[in-house]
Design a protein. Sequence first.
Length: 156
Amino acid sequence: MRRLLAIVVLSLGLTSIAHAAIDAYVFKDEAERARYSELTKELRCPKCQNQDIADSNAPIAADLRKEIYRMLGEGQSNQQIIDFMVDRYGEFVRYKPELNARTWLLWFGPAGLLLGGVLVIVVIVIRRRGKRPADNDALSDEERQRLAHLLDKNRE
């Protein structure tokens, strides 16, 4: 009975492994394999968002890998393949989007925020240093007389 239960558990565990996608592409040379690897690591999975298509098991990532393999077979350059993917899925598909009018905020926004924060801190520090206490501790004659009167009252 225990053996039967162990066999059932192992077979259920192995069925999920059998469904895992394994790409078995044949490349004409090692350079093409390296290009394929580079491209699949450079492009982001549209579904997984923070995973490249080389590591993603999502169906769309498998389709993108297949498309890259097809385009490499047709002799297209890396830039042509990336341009095709960007046209189809937008700049989001790239881990390192190119610098243009639409992505300048993405590239320079964090540095701008950091510099703005440093500038605010510098301004606050300069203002606090510039405000020197203007002899607020000194009492006027009227205040001294009033204080003396109050102190005399308390002594009685």
